[in-house]
Design a protein around this ligand. Sequence first.
Ligand code: MN
Length: 381
Amino acid sequence: MLRFLHCADAHLDTPYTVADLDAADLKRAELRAAFSSMLLYIRQNDIRLVLIAGDLFSHAFIKKETISFLWREMEQTPSCHFVITPGNHDFYTDDCVYAQSSLPSNVHVFTSEKVRSVYFEDIGAEVWGFAHVAPQMPGYRPLAGVRPVEKKPGVFRIFCGHADIRGTSEDTPQITKEQLARFGFDYAALGHIHNTEGVRRVGKTYFGYSGCLIGRDFSETGFKGAICGILRTDENGANNVSVRRLRVARRHYEVLTVDLTALRLAQTLTEADVIAHILRTAEDAHITLDRDTALSLTLTGEIPADLFFEETQLLASLPDIASLTLIDRTVPWQAEALSEDPTLRGAYYNELRDALFSEDETLRQTAAIALRVGLQELKNR
Ligand SMILES: [Mn+2]
């Protein structure tokens, strides 16, 4: 039995493009903390093999202290082998961080773009992998034309690599499910795709992307982390794998779009109705709203012209979440009646009317917001 952990795309020291430098520092600290949590889990759960399938960091941004932190964490976990297959952001060259570091003895970095294997006798596992040697390797197929050697009984055969199996990322080395099955891998640990679809199976091979360690922005939603697995050999000598997800960070990003049109039948639409509808939609979409959620909320649909949402106000009305980014794409409905309104409201509406029905979506949305803010103002007088 072998307990292993598979992770990828940690992207330590990501240069966050947030205007607030303290916020960027905080997010970088969160990344590092996630890595530390993972290592703590590894030490406490008898994990003997860690597969790091690339993009552990980016050469362009990694800090010296983060590099020493990495090797120190691994060195302090001596019962475990760490295997690293460099990706497009931490690609291997003669003067890269990996080549320049004195690696702890339990760390193995793949250095060639050719598929090679390393055998760990103490855990009965052979790990096959390759390295990115450039940020882009278009058309490269690391497993094509490589003849699999015969499998040794009682040895787990594992693949680790930063590669594209979906045929959607042209500059990334391509592998196929059929190649993995042909090689007889028991498990294939893949990296590069940040939003994982979980572990799947082809023939006797289990394969999957672990996804990134922690979400960094709204393009990386949901709970992120690593994959924990157990490899076993049954009484017939066949190997099998069981896996589960491991979450190592609190923060998670969520994106939710809520169409409010359905609410228009309500006689008087209040903010409470809108909040209830948002919560219902989140639940239907299986999105967790808790105090660690950074939520991007897009409101769409037609709503009364004088109903107006403000980010801070909405955040206060929602259950306790970490932050809210509101994108208001709603448009006023039944506003046309305002054109006949003899008061200032009508005059204001007619002023905005062309923009409200413009072909230009941005202009239309801006006008909708202007109408709503204006009507709100006039109501308060
Ligand atoms: Mn990548």
